[in-house]
Design a protein around this ligand. Structure first.
Ligand code: ASP
Length: 311
């Protein structure tokens, strides 16, 4: 009896990987989210004949990612993973908020099958597009026996959802893992494991079921030279449930900004300190506002929203 090769499902959400420009030399003035996920697959002849299924979940520039799309995507990924014949899921996405979607899916689903997000820095019409290679690599990762959890496959590297961040605005290898901790590399289609597949405890879809419009409001405020409490006071006036303070260094805050944040905290707003540094933890010290550990400000924001949704 012939054993079927593993089925991989590709979910499309848009991004530059699905973007088009008028000229093949235009790598910046393109429009994201123009091609369908089937078109992306058709551009990778090496995937022809593979056991794949493709579905379009959204079609947007990921700078415009929103809660409703996250909800739809999490449900779609969960449904696909629940099918016994599905070995893994690939999500095509934009690079701008890729790390946020990856972290969101990781916290909500913590899947024991691989969910591999991928993207591109160049539109599909570029002279040398990077999307087809990234999509090919992502499928290899999703089909790798033993692979599990939410990862990002990009430019030959496989990043953990908790570590990954977009670190460059233009370079084709735009993503880095904090402290360099890669999960794997993809070389000529072979996945070479370097670390561990991400694992965690799933919060579950029930946590994110509330209508998008009723989700807690969490904003990010940065410390910088001359920062004061003005933005925090404006947020308080507008209504806010949580504030992530992207502090300097070890999450340090200017005196006026900290004063305003403590005022907000005393009025019931949840405050968490992260750092505007590219990597490294924010250490908790007695008497300081709560720390986000190693999470970047945007991931801290997701963590805080998910925590507030449990109230
Ligand atoms: N603005 C685009 C997006 O995030 C950038 C990209 O895909 O690289 O969808």
């Amino acid at each position: 009896m012939q054993t079927l090769e593993p089925l991989i499902v590709i979910l499309g959400t848009g991004g530059t990987i699905a973007g088009t420009a008028r000229s093949s030399c235009d790598g910046v003035g393109y429009t994201a989210a123009q091609l369908r996920v089937d078109d992306l697959l058709a551009a990778v002849p090496a995937l022809a004949g593979r056991r794949l299924e493709a579905h379009q979940v959204a079609q947007l520039d990921s700078k415009d990612m929103d809660i409703a799309t996250w909800q739809r995507l999490a449900i779609a990924v969960d449904e696909q993973l629940a099918r016994p014949e599905v070995a893994g899921v690939v999500v095509t996405h934009g690079t701008d908020t890729l790390e946020e979607t990856a972290y969101f899916l990781h916290r909500v689903l913590a899947p024991n099958k691989p969910v591999v997000l991928t993207a591109a820095m160049r539109p599909a019409t570029a002279l040398v597009p990077d999307g087809p290679q990234n999509l090919f690599d992502a499928v290899q990762v999703a089909a790798k026996p033993g692979a599990a959890g939410v990862v990002v496959a990009f430019a030959g590297r496989v990043h953990d959802a908790t570590q990954v961040r977009k670190a460059h605005s233009y370079r084709v290898d735009a993503f880095e893992s904090a402290d360099g901790a890669l999960v794997a590399r993809v070389e000529e289609g072979a996945v070479r494991l370097l670390g561990r597949w991400p694992a965690g405890e799933a919060l579950g879809l029930a946590r994110i079921a509330a209508p998008a419009g009723s989700w807690p409001r969490v904003d990010i405020v940065m410390n910088h030279a001359g920062a004061d409490g003005r933005i925090v006071r404006a947020l308080l006036a507008a209504g806010v449930d949580g504030i992530v303070a992207a502090g300097t260094g070890n999450g340090t805050l200017g005196v006026d900004l900290e004063h305003a944040l403590r005022e907000a905290e005393s009025r019931g707003v949840r405050i968490v300190r992260s750092t505007r540094c590219d990597a490294g933890p924010v250490m908790d010290l007695p008497g300081l506002l709560p720390s986000a550990g190693v999470l970047s400000p945007v991931k801290t924001r997701i963590e805080l929203i998910l925590a507030l949704l449990a109230r």
